[in-house]
Design a binder for this molecule. Structure first.
Ligand code: 0L1
Ligand code: MG
Length: 258
């Protein structure tokens, strides 16, 4: 099994926005470690083309998502600078079957590393916290995958947007933040920060411990998306999605064809 070839195949499908069969249909012995290697090799292709590592994302951080994939721990993925939206228009061109979910993002001013990191370490290294949304887009047919498939596919990462306004880490109890997501005026999902592993800071702790297995760390200036606060919703041309974060304003996204 050639991990580089699998990574190249996933990269090509992501670049062309063409769905593919899940890789475990062909490689059933794939381990979680292999899958993270494929993820890294896939991202290395983007870095060689001039992209930049902007940070990390945590996925499968809610019980509901873990149950749907049949696992009991979260996963992580890499965020590239090219994934960050600078304005609130989402272009469907280049995406396969995108979905959107509200998240809380952390931005850091110190390195975070090691297997023993604590929530206190995370707060001391946090520059600010921001409301955010992630657009996930599995490269697999029907958004259907096993744990190793989705890890290799960079945890379905596609795009993300952080709010214009940043907040002090101490501004709020982030596990208590309520979120209401509407599509075309209709409430689609509601949730609170506690849906993310009990508290979004826990997600950062787990991320730092997990990437330590690859001898990696969260670097100053990086952003971390801590995980979906609600289920993700499908996006279609012409949709307007608003995500209201209690006391922290609203993100408004216009979904356009290209
Ligand atoms: O951000 C996420 O929680 C997505 C992780 C991968 C699973 C999915 O695509 O729903
Ligand atoms: Mg997410």
């Amino acid at each position: 099994m050639n991990l580089q070839e699998i990574a190249n195949e996933l990269y090509r499908h992501q670049q062309k926005a063409e769905e593919m069969e899940k890789i475990t249909l062909r490689y059933d012995g794939l381990t979680v470690e292999d899958a993270y290697q494929i993820q890294r090799l896939n991202i290395d292709n983007a870095l060689r083309s001039g992209d930049r590592l902007a940070g990390w994302k945590m996925g499968l951080t809610s019980k509901a998502k873990q149950v749907s994939v049949g696992v009991n721990e979260p996963i992580y993925g890499r965020l590239l600078a090219s994934m960050e939206l600078s304005k609130s228009t989402v272009h469907l061109h280049g995406l396969i079957h995108p979905r959107l979910e509200p998240e809380i993002a952390f931005v850091f001013n110190k390195r975070l590393e090691g297997p023993k990191v604590t929530p206190r370490d995370v707060w001391l290294a946090t520059e600010c916290v921001m409301p955010a949304v992630e657009i996930i887009d599995s490269r697999y047919k029907n958004f259907s995958f096993t744990l190793t498939d989705v890890i290799a596919d960079n945890a379905s990462s596609a795009k993300f947007l952080v709010a214009d306004q940043a907040y002090s880490p101490y501004q709020s109890q982030w596990d208590q933040i309520g979120v209401v997501m509407r599509k075309n005026g209709e409430v689609m999902q509601t949730g609170t920060g506690a849906a993310v592993l009990g508290h979004p800071v826990r997600s950062v702790v787990e991320l730092v411990q997990m990437i330590h297995r690859e001898a990696l760390s969260v670097e100053p200036g990086m952003v971390v998306l801590t995980g979906g606060i609600t289920e993700a919703i499908h996006l279609y041309e012409g949709d307007e999605v608003t995500v209201l974060f209690d006391g922290m304003g609203e993100l408004v996204l216009e979904i356009e064809a290209s």
